[in-house]
Design a protein around this ligand. Sequence first.
Ligand SMILES: NC(=O)c1ccc[n+]([C@@H]2O[C@H](COP(=O)([O-])OP(=O)(O)OC[C@H]3O[C@@H](n4cnc5c(N)ncnc54)[C@H](OP(=O)(O)O)[C@@H]3O)[C@@H](O)[C@H]2O)c1
Length: 292
Amino acid sequence: MRQIHHGPMTGRTVLVTGGTAGIGRATALGLATMGARLAIVGRDPGRAEDAAREIRAAGGGQADVFVADLTSQSQVRRLAGEVLERLSRIDVLINNAGGYWHTRHVTADGLERTFALNHLAPFLLTSLLLDRLEHSAPARVITVSSHAHTAGHIDFDDLQGERSYSGSRAYDQSKLANVLFTYELARRLRATSVTANALHPGVVSTSFGAEDPAGVQRLLVPFLRPFMKVPAQGAATSVHLASAPDLKEVTGGYFAGGKPRRSSKRSHDQAAAARLWHVSADLAGLTTDPRV
Ligand SMILES: NC(=O)c1ccc[n+]([C@@H]2O[C@H](COP(=O)([O-])OP(=O)(O)OC[C@H]3O[C@@H](n4cnc5c(N)ncnc54)[C@H](OP(=O)(O)O)[C@@H]3O)[C@@H](O)[C@H]2O)c1
């Protein structure tokens, strides 16, 4: 096993949700080779251990495994409790886990699954870990959104797609929610040394959406795969946001291709961001904290 004693991320602890596969696993590997201590979250203990073994081999350091289904709020709360018990510091939280479903699914909490996993889970997990992030500051919260956010619209009258559901509408809405959440979080953390940024990883060849794909996706993706980024390329912007020294104080940004980009007009709607925050706190059963 290679031991990395002095890398640019040595001494930093990074928690990556969805660190067992795809972009998240490549992000964890990239940061481990820079010397970070990694902690990953996934649903399946076998897949998570397999990823952790590869991360340990790449970085030589520790790789902690946390098992939780992030579509369940009770599991997010249990996860946060375990993280607080086992990780004395969190320098970087990467909200990466996400999914797409062509048909509507309902979680144990009675919420639509895309909204629950892609938006509410990062919202709740970040809120529950915020004290530890502040305690570890300077710290960074990174949320993996998508260029798909530009097509997104927050339908406050039908957030859960009960009246009408489309996989792409639910996904685009959740990815816009990631950017609105990031900007609102950055505003709320202005007086702290915890930053919040969102990103688009590119179009990346992973298992994304494979559980319940749209017909067109099933037909086209095999032909498009050769033109897609490989996971390590898709992880580059997450790795950059987690590690670049010159981004230490950069907050409230949206990045793609390693560079700051302008996100959609709707993502800059502060009233919508504040409203989404309150609705999310309500749905996640969070009592209002003046800071968050
Ligand atoms: N791929 C792309 O082209 C693309 C483009 C734009 C944005 N993105 C975004 O990038 C992020 C990562 O996507 P990816 O392409 O790497 O997808 P992926 O290959 O499907 O990986 C998803 C990861 O999330 C975890 N995960 C899924 N459901 C979970 C749940 N309920 N609880 C806990 N963990 C869960 C999976 O772990 P287990 O299965 O082991 O639980 C896996 O590690 C997503 O937020 C996606 O929206 C991807």
